[in-house]
Design a protein around this ligand. Structure first.
Ligand SMILES: C[S@@+](CC[C@H](N)C(=O)[O-])C[C@H]1O[C@@H](n2cnc3c(N)ncnc32)[C@H](O)[C@@H]1O
Length: 268
């Protein structure tokens, strides 16, 4: 797969670009779903991994949990701290790689990652780290886009123009139930997987396309790396996809994006 550290430095840079708060608000309902699925409750110690600006951290803090949030992007940690402060929650923010968590073994009641851990280049390493920091018998929760979801189709369009390093695992692999179970088999006593839908809305397909272009790192990366002509091609392809998947008939856009909620209990 090439140089893992170089891949991460590139990803870290991309996640510092764009206005993430737009994307974050669209993903927030999935964080609430994951908190419910993990039965997060008051008094628990919870870790949000690859936390972005803290959707899962805040969903758990609202339940009364004591929360630590981490992300490898300094920009995300900055945004997350500001958002937690604004919302009046005492979340501890730490800059950290999901594949090398700076926490002692068995510290947390729950470690969760909403559309974060599924992006790392070494699925086995990130899974081991999530389980290492959770107490035996307790819970690891993940969300990952289903392979046929709009986001995976968008990633695939970007990959056609900007191929990832050879051998790099694709994020949609975590969204395949059999693969997710296989990756967790040695770590978990029990795995529950549900398919859910996040509804993505905007005033029009064009408005949603512009939102993605302004906030999604895959677009930020494409804008940096592609010629103007190729970037235009990607924007056109994105718009076509959004129009094709649109279920609204009033000029607005409404797209159902399916994802897996994966809840695993650590072996005792
Ligand atoms: C799609 S965002 C999701 C963020 C957040 N969980 C949410 O619900 O909005 C993906 C996040 O994963 C982070 N990320 C990606 N790879 C990471 C890694 N190896 N270690 C830590 N964070 C990582 C990015 O910086 C970004 O904040």
């Amino acid at each position: 797969m090439g140089d893992v550290e170089a891949i991460k430095r590139r990803q870290q840079h991309l996640w510092g670009l764009g206005d993430y708060s737009v994307l974050s608000r669209q993903l927030a309902p999935a964080a609430v779903e994951l908190g419910d699925a993990c039965a997060v409750s008051a008094g628990q110690e919870v870790l949000d991994v690859a936390a972005g600006d803290g959707n899962f951290a805040l969903a758990c803090a609202r339940e009364g949990a004591s929360v630590v949030a981490c992300d490898f992007s300094p920009r995300m940690v900055e945004l997350g701290r500001a958002r937690s402060d604004d919302e009046g929650y005492d979340v501890e923010w730490v800059e950290a790689d999901a594949e090398a968590l700076p926490f002692e073994d068995a510290r947390f009641d729950c470690a969760g990652s909403v559309f974060g851990a599924f992006l790392t280049p070494r699925p086995g390493v990130v899974a081991s780290e999530l389980f290492r920091v959770v107490r035996p018998g307790n819970t690891v929760g993940l969300t990952a886009w289903a392979p046929d979801s709009v986001f995976i189709q968008l990633f695939a369009a970007a990959r056609r123009l900007l191929p990832p390093p050879l051998g790099m695992p694709l994020p949609e692999e975590w969204g395949d139930e059999a693969t997710a179970r296989e990756r967790l088999a040695d770590l978990a006593a029990h795995v529950e997987i549900d398919r859910r839908t996040l509804v993505w809305t905007a005033g029009s397909p064009e408005a949603l396309g512009a939102q993605l272009a302004d906030s999604a790192p895959s677009f930020a990366g494409a804008r940096e790396a592609l010629s103007e002509e190729q970037f235009e091609e990607l924007r056109e392809e994105t718009l076509e996809l959004l129009r094709r998947l649109n279920t609204a008939d009033d000029g607005s856009v409404r797209i159902n994006a399916d994802y897996l909620v994966i809840v695993a209990r650590k072996r005792g």
